[in-house]
Design a protein around this ligand. Structure first.
Ligand code: FES
Length: 115
């Protein structure tokens, strides 16, 4: 297992970009729950953030792609609006160990195709 983030560093309603093993992920905390996704838009595969650590829309209610503005539910990555409507961000499974978000290393090598 590899540590990707100390969850105490992520405040409610915020997002953070994560680089680990040359892979790019991001995490969001909403309603005190943590979510972890690949930083890759299902439309064109581009990184999502507007600027460093800014993955959310102005209300911090949805994830928003900076390229064409697609909007995704934070809870499951489902695209509600935009050119990839109906597709999903790819979630990364993690466990929490004393507040550390831990990911299996093999997961970081096995990015599955966009759906
Ligand atoms: S690349 Fe994200 S909406 Fe087009």
């Amino acid at each position: 297992m590899i540590k990707v983030l100390d969850s105490s560093e992520l405040e409610e309603g915020k997002s953070v970009g994560i680089e680990v093993n040359n892979q790019h992920l991001f995490a969001v905390r909403k309603d005190d729950q943590l979510f972890l996704y690949w930083n890759r838009c299902p439309h064109l595969g581009t990184p999502l953030e507007w600027e460093e650590n800014r993955f959310l829309d102005s209300d911090a209610a949805l994830i928003q792609c900076s390229t064409h503005g697609a909007l995704f539910q934070i809870e499951d990555g489902h695209c509600l609006v935009g050119p990839c409507k109906g597709k999903y961000l790819q979630a990364v499974a993690f466990t929490l160990d004393s507040g550390a978000m831990m990911v299996e290393e093999k997961q970081l090598k096995q990015q599955t195709p966009l759906r």
